[in-house]
Design a protein around this ligand. Structure first.
Ligand SMILES: [Ca+2]
Length: 313
């Protein structure tokens, strides 16, 4: 089987960084066409910088990194420095990357790539707010039918909200983009908090990254040591959830995950529940299913895969 062509759309973010590293460590399964960045956890100037830092850590200055949208489609940007730190990638010592940022806008790269590649051969992997995907679909509706699948991190049902009592961060930041993507008819797989909160770091799991004895292993352990503090304090859990790597792990080892094909709609008007993922997990409406909503993961298998693949870099 040939490697699956993907575009990672991201707002790094320590967990985004691990997702990118997992993709770079898995060339048999993943053909990374490019990384598009979006404003989310931190503003765009930082997310595009952070994406290049992560590529440089992996020794992959050849990866194409693009800057996309600097603000949601119809709203002011909300960021999450309280979780990820001032840089978005707090933990390890950072530097100004020397690898180039591509001149083309990330949204244009998504459009051009989907038009250039054969229909049904490119998977989009959004790890942040869905602004770039929504913008591309608005500007070039002809590309919608050409997407193989969208596998995204976002939303929550049983875990409800993390940025508000009702909403998960990625969906909350750009609810209009999220709703348009969910209504697009593209095959969609969602990694909500319900599953990512089961992919928790533990001291032993973080130590396994450090024990790789590589630059990537040390960088990852330092990021996660910072990242887990927020969730350990908030939820009383042993570690922090590796949200975004679930997306890439699903492409490599789908058998680690399970979920339900259900209808998911996004609240875009209520001030109280803005950005809520209204997920019909129990099938109480007759609304047509539009997403595979993942609910469970084999966390041991997930961390074994991560450690093995990051160990290749
Ligand atoms: Ca992210």
């Amino acid at each position: 089987m040939s490697a699956r062509k993907i575009i990672i759309d991201t707002d790094p973010g320590q967990d985004d960084a691990v997702a990118i590293l997992l993709a770079l460590g898995s060339p048999e399964e993943i053909d990374l066409l490019g990384i598009t960045t979006v404003a989310g956890n931190v503003p765009l100037a930082r997310t595009q910088t952070n994406a290049r830092i992560v590529c440089e850590v992996a020794g992959r200055a050849d990866v194409k990194v693009f800057a996309g949208s600097d603000a949601p489609l119809e709203r002011a940007l909300v960021t999450a420095e309280h979780v990820h730190g001032r840089t978005g990638l707090d933990g390890p010592e950072l530097w100004e990357p020397t690898m180039p940022l591509q001149a083309q806008n990330g949204v244009d790269f998504i459009i051009d790539t989907l038009r250039a590649e054969a229909p049904g051969t490119v998977t989009l992997c959004p790890l942040g707010p869905l602004t770039n995907i929504g913008a591309a679909f608005r500007r070039a509706p002809d590309i919608i039918d050409r997407v193989q699948e969208i596998v995204l991190m976002g939303g929550a049902y049983f875990e409800v909200g993390n940025i508000t009592p009702a909403a998960e961060f990625n969906i909350f930041v750009d609810p209009e983009a999220a709703q348009e993507v969910l209504a697009s008819g593209v095959k969609i797989t969602m990694m909500p908090l319900d599953v990512t909160h089961k992919a928790l770091t533990t001291p032993a799991r973080v130590e396994a990254f450090r024990a790789l004895g590589t630059r990537v292993g040390a960088f990852t352990a330092e990021m996660l040591a910072f990242f887990e503090r927020f969730d350990v304090e908030k939820y009383g859990s042993e570690g922090g959830p590796l949200h975004d790597p679930c997306v890439i792990a699903y492409l490599i080892r789908p058998e680690l995950f399970s979920g339900r094909q259900i209808n998911v709609e996004i609240e875009t008007t209520s001030p109280l529940t803005l950005g809520m993922t209204v997920a019909d997990w129990w099938g109480v409406t007759d609304r047509a299913p539009n997403a595979l909503f993942i609910g469970d993961v084999d966390a041991g298998g997930f961390f074994d895969l991560l450690t093995e693949r990051l160990g290749r870099l």
